[in-house]
Ligand binder design. Sequence first.
Ligand code: AMP
Ligand code: ZN
Length: 114
Amino acid sequence: MSDCIFCKIIKKEIPAKIIYEDDKVIAFEDINPQAPVHLLVVPRKHIPTILDLTSEDNQLIGHIYLTANNLAKNKGISVSGFRTVFNCNKDAGQAVYHIHLHILGGRRMAWPPG
Ligand code: AMP
Ligand code: ZN
């Protein structure tokens, strides 16, 4: 999608602090971090919301979570704990309509979320 900010990061048209990429996903630091570690794992495929996932994306979703697993270990937040979040649509505060898994860690987080 030409007007999608995450597609532009994937195509290297705009900069980001990329910390991992492979043929299916890219991971980079959130520009407005909400925790000492705040990363986004983004599929290269443009999928607007998790409601748009189909059975074709089963492996992709598994790969996104395995990537989060590895990144949490590499960033040293796996033992202390971390949160993974896919926001979906307005009430969840989704701002970028290209799915992305937030990884948040490095501080104690409240539950329920605000
Ligand atoms: P969401 O509200 O779940 O759609 O989350 C969108 C996230 O993308 C927010 O946490 C933003 O801070 C982050 N974000 C937006 N633009 C950029 C960018 N250019 N580089 C890195 N993170 C971004
Ligand atoms: Zn996109």
